[in-house]
Design a protein around this ligand. Structure first.
Ligand code: KIV
Ligand code: ZN
Length: 566
């Protein structure tokens, strides 16, 4: 027998008239956080009371109105935390705390002691119903399993009727491992529980259908939920809740399809903490809705703060690729993605579109507090657009489009040389090394630019001293602008090989210092072309420096091609 042959394939139920595939999610469900119970049970070091109280407050701030706070009969910390929440006034009036208990009499009794004095409380009881658990763990038939649930429900009903200190008590029942339970049996046991608890449409009971161990594809779970809802007698007596786990990595998909199948309530945790591979990640499901234009009714506008709190308290680490929250999920390294993102930003700016239409970014990072993180980072996979994007968005240098390939090649060469990503500062260094302060063959020692007028036309004059290979030469020229005048002066010194192609300029400010940057594009002999950049407080000076830098770069290039020095 081969390894894989020891596994029994999951048998999907037959639901030929399924309706969920044609449905769409249109509104947020009721959310219930189980971070403090299911999530907590899965931690190496479970939370202490202070941590639970802090986490509880954050959950309330996010907007959860139903929060499973623990398993009070399971440990003293759990019990005491429940007491502190109630007696310490930590629970907002509109929030329901939920407590979990097995359908066992002494545990139910202890749970009722734990909730004394609560304003709004959901008593959540469960027993396992799956074929496997019945066979292996409980060694009981279906009737025996129904008996456990019914007896639990009877005691809960009785203690509720006797309880004088709680204002509102509601019930939740989970046929634990629902997805491994025969559909009809799940319906039968839940229907019995509804009867005992005297559920009505006015006072519905939450029926929670756990995918305790995810063993099938999400469509199968959706089929099971739809089957359950369609076959439950007096369906309006129940609020259908789902509780997906993530063993196959499809917890989010299972939840979304189960919502299509009619689930009204979702249990899960922040970032999917929970037993084994975790519970359903509520943040992902909620933000998936948000990006479809649906108000999820949960506030995730500061995800980085939530991540910090979560990692500190749970001591778990969120993966860099985790949807929405992962460190790298808004970062593009690849050239084509960077290019499309940068065009998307440009499109948004130009079109003033009220809609978010940026390729590769399914959500505006600013909506979840991630606007200050780099969307574009530079490594050897990156393209020209990415480097230009950072030069513009981080440093305010708007490199002309025709310059992008040349600068992109310099950046790629640097990444290849270092064998790693470049920081923004290193990118700027590549720019400065490549374009600024290049004074190898020609150096402007002094200069003067002034205007005169002839027949009503302005003439710009350049006068200065240019060092050529270490020797100073006086130069003068005139023209219809500073660049023209400077070019004419160069020609007189025999520097005549270069043809002016284009010119761009803009202001850049760093702190209180405002400067001008000029980008000069020159044609060089043998059909090549080259850029030069000048940065000065005076735009004219910036332009002539840019011209000289371009010529110096061309000379360097020439020298490197001929293998000698300039
Ligand atoms: O996963 C599960 O089945 C549970 C139940 C106790 C609801 O956590
Ligand atoms: Zn669970």
């Amino acid at each position: 027998m081969k390894g894989y042959q020891k596994y029994i394939p999951f048998k999907p139920i037959s639901l030929p008239d399924r309706e969920w595939p044609a449905k769409v999610i249109e509104k947020a469900p009721v959310w219930c956080s189980v971070d403090l119970r299911d999530g907590n049970q899965a931690l190496i070091d479970p939370m202490n009371m202070q941590e639970k109280l802090e986490f509880f407050k954050v959950l309330c701030d996010i907007g959860f109105k139903e929060i499973e706070v623990g398993f009070p009969s399971a440990s003293e910390t759990e019990y005491e935390t429940c007491r502190e929440l109630i007696t310490g006034g930590h629970i907002p009036d509109d929030v329901w705390i939920q407590v979990l208990v097995q359908a066992r009499p002494h545990l139910i009794e202890k749970t009722f002691r734990a909730i004394e004095g609560a304003k709004n409380v959901i008593v959540h009881f469960y027993n396992s119903t799956s074929t496997l658990q019945r066979k292996v763990v409980f060694k009981k038939d279906q009737k025996g399993i129904i008996d456990i649930a019914v007896k639990g429900a009877e005691l809960i009903k009785k203690l509720t009727d006797e309880c004088k200190t709680c204002e509102n008590i509601r019930f939740e029942y989970s046929p634990e491992s629902f997805s491994g339970t025969e559909g009809d049996f799940a319906v039968e046991i839940c229907s019995n529980v509804l009867d005992v608890l005297e559920a009505t449409p006015e006072n519905p009971v939450i029926l929670n259908l756990p995918n305790t161990v995810e063993m099938c594809t999400p469509n199968t779970y959706a089929d099971q939920v739809e089957y359950f809802i369609k076959n439950l007698p007096g369906r309006e007596r129940a609020i259908i809740s789902i509780h997906p786990h993530n063993d196959r990595g499809t917890g989010v998909a299972a939840a979304e399809l189960a919502l299509l199948a009619g689930a009204e309530r979702v249990e899960g945790t922040l970032f999917g903490n929970g037993e084994r591979t975790g519970n359903l990640d509520i943040v992902t499901v909620a933000l998936n809705m948000y990006t479809q234009g649906i108000d999820p009714k949960l506030d995730f506008s500061d995800l980085p703060a939530l991540k910090r709190m979560y990692e500190r308290i749970t001591k778990m680490k969120i993966n860099e690729r985790h949807p929405y929250v992962g460190e790298l999920v808004f970062t593009a390294f690849s050239g084509s993605h960077q290019d499309a993102i940068s065009k998307g930003f440009e499109y948004m700016k130009q079109s003033k579109s009220p809609y978010w239409e940026i390729p590769y970014l399914p959500i505006d990072p600013a909506d979840i507090g991630r606007q200050y993180e780099p969307i574009i980072r530079i490594n050897s996979q990156s393209g020209k657009g990415g480097a230009a994007f950072i030069m513009e968005h981080v440093f305010g240098y708007k490199l002309p489009k025709e310059m992008h390939p040349e600068f992109g090649a310099m950046v790629k060469a640097k990444c290849d040389q270092l064998g790693r990503e470049l920081t923004n500062e290193e990118l700027m260094q590549v720019f400065e090394d490549g374009y600024l302060n290049i004074e190898e063959k020609y150096r402007l020692l002094s200069h003067k630019l002034y205007e005169s007028s002839e027949h009503g036309h302005a003439i710009v004059h350049f006068e200065g001293v240019i060092e050529i290979d270490g020797k100073p030469f006086s130069a003068s020229g005139e023209g219809n602008g500073p660049i023209d005048a400077f070019f004419n002066a160069l020609r007189k010194l025999g520097i005549a090989d270069y043809e002016f192609l284009s010119y761009n300029e803009h202001a850049i400010s760093s702190g209180s210092d405002s400067k001008a940057i000029a980008y000069i594009h020159l044609r060089i002999p043998d059909d090549g072309h080259v850029f030069g950049v000048g940065i000065e407080s005076n735009i004219y000076y910036a332009s002539i420096k840019g011209v000289l830098n371009a010529i110096n770069r061309a000379e360097k290039l020439k020298a490197s091609m001929s293998g000698g020095n300039a």
